[in-house]
Design a protein around this ligand. Structure first.
Ligand code: AMP
Ligand code: MG
Length: 493
């Protein structure tokens, strides 16, 4: 076995003690490797073969703490479904340390499901296999779509059972992130009126995520503006692929602008703007269409935390913060317009692209069109050949969308050198497949019930090429039938 050396370079562990609790992962019975993300391992200068060895699995299961690690559970608070919880923190996750990757970016190496911590609040500190696999699948897929996300380096089973509504196999996910700072991390110190910690945290976040702004005269204001921009760009990308995060609590809203927490998330099949999947989101707070508003609300919580740092006079701080937050709808509309312009093969201004995209979305909703396939079939519709039918069929009857199609075609023709160029753009902007909920559920069931990971590996192999042409009736491309459709997801924490 080769040498398995993690080149740790830890910065969070050097922050004051009140930012975290040092804690060693709780050993598990029998680590079993499920998968290593090879490209990600390579980017972290970790040999995938060695990582996949028995010793590697011991480390990924938390049974062996590698040299240089300084394991800790981070403290944070958060608004969950609008209600404030002053202390959450890593209740089942342990940060081993940080590695500078081959691109020069600092990455957290974090074991999710690694045992109880002082923040566990009655929880068992463990993770069932199903949600771990979902996180691995969906986060890997988001990365392939170039959507900022925490990454998944590995999955190991623990050889132990976890008790939820059912008895389930336990697993641990190794999560890699530009950081695990959340809006909730700021809320933790703000509610304690710990101004000193807030200042330290602000500078830490800026140096780590927005180094180009170091030296700005008002760091807290800069941070708020930067996080707003990153998160706006992120949620616009989610919306452009029909992604419903499902649990946009402030503790699940990162400072880095990466997607975090793949609990009850799902991609929409048949489009409806108010789609909700999470079994616990009864009021639809985190429905597809509400995501921008929720984000603005979450950013307001961050602004609130930063007020005393923005200006020592509260009235001035409030007016500065308010001005920043009030710009959100405009910034988001532009981000969303830019995403949909790409999907529609247009280069017009984002506002115009958004208008025509919203018209299409309304038709999709009226006629129960599949989100992914509708956009993908624009690839065929653009050349106006007989395959246009595939696009039109999404709407039941072709007439429903013919007016829209004519309007779009004239814009595409106007804005592209040729329709062949337009087709190339559309092919690159609209995935042929997404990690559909019923496919993910099927994988999870086979793994949980029968220890069968072959479906998981198949799905991962398919998802590795999101933009590749698929036969129409390919299991991975087509929408679920009525009996296959999975309309509800469970956090499974
Ligand atoms: P989440 O819903 O995953 O965002 O988690 C919300 C909070 O609950 C975080 O503080 C988690 O660390 C904690 N938590 C979730 N599941 C568990 C568990 N099984 N054991 C301990 N803490 C947990
Ligand atoms: Mg969370």
């Amino acid at each position: 076995m080769g040498n398995l050396q993690f080149e740790f370079d830890n910065s969070y562990a050097k922050l004051p003690e009140r930012f975290y609790t040092r804690i060693i992962p709780t050993k598990v019975k029998k680590p079993g490797l499920v998968i290593i993300n090879e490209p990600l391992a390579n980017s972290l200068a970790l040999n995938p073969d060695t990582l996949g060895s028995e010793m590697g699995a011991e480390i990924l299961a938390g049974n062996h703490v590698p040299d240089g690690a300084e394991p800790l559970a981070m403290a944070y608070a958060g608004h969950q479904f609008g209600g404030f919880v002053p202390q959450l923190g890593d209740g089942r996750a342990i940060l081993l340390g940080e590695i500078i990757d081959c691109y020069g970016a600092r990455q957290d190496i974090h074991l999710k499901g690694a045992g109880r911590t002082p923040y566990s609040r009655g929880g068992d500190g463990r993770a069932p296999l199903g949600p771990v696999l979902r996180e691995y699948i969906v986060s890997s897929f988001m990365n392939l779509l170039s959507i900022p996300t925490t990454r998944s380096l590995a999955v190991v089973t623990t050889g132990e059972e976890v008790f939820r509504e059912n008895v389930l196999p336990g697993a641990i996910l190794t999560r890699v992130a530009e950081s695990h700072l959340r809006i909730g991390t700021f809320e933790y110190f703000a509610v304690r009126r710990d101004l000193e910690a807030l200042k330290i945290l602000t500078m830490f976040a800026i140096e780590r995520h927005f180094p180009g702004t170091v030296g700005d005269s008002n760091p807290a204001k800069t941070l708020l503006e930067c996080v707003l921009k990153r998160q706006s760009a992120l949620v616009a990308k989610w919306m452009s692929v029909g992604f419903v995060h499902g649990v946009m609590n402030t503790d699940n809203t990162t400072i880095s602008g990466e997607t975090i927490d793949y609990g009850p998330c799902a991609f929409i099949d048949t489009y409806q703007s108010d789609k909700v999947f999470s079994s616990i989101d009864h009021a639809g707070r985190y429905a597809f269409k509400n995501q921008p508003d929720v984000l603005q609300w979450n950013l307001t919580q961050l602004a609130q935390c930063l007020l005393p740092l923005i200006d020592e006079r509260t009235d001035r701080a409030v007016s500065i913060a308010r001005e920043i937050i009030s710009r959100f709808p405009e910034i988001f509309a532009e981000d969303l317009g830019r995403e949909f312009a790409k999907k529609l093969g247009l280069s017009c201004d984002p506002a115009a692209a958004l208008r025509i995209a919203l018209e299409l979305l309304e038709l999709m909703s009226d006629h129960s069109a599949d989100f992914t396939l509708t956009f993908r079939y624009l690839v065929d519709a653009v050349l106006g050949d007989e395959t246009t039918g595939l696009f039109e069929q999404q709407f039941g009857q072709p007439a429903a969308v013919s007016e829209w199609l004519t309007k779009w075609l004239s814009l595409v023709t106007l804005e592209n050198d040729s329709l062949v160029t337009a087709k190339k753009k559309l092919l690159a902007a609209n995935p042929a497949i997404v990690a559909r909920n019923h496919l993910v559920e099927e994988v999870i069931r086979a793994a949980e019930e029968n220890g069968d990971f072959s479906r998981f590996h198949h799905l991962m192999a398919e998802l590795a090429e999101p933009f590749k042409e698929r036969p129409d009736q390919s299991k991975y491309a087509r929408p679920p039938s009525q009996t296959e459709e999975v309309t509800m997801t469970f956090c499974g924490t």
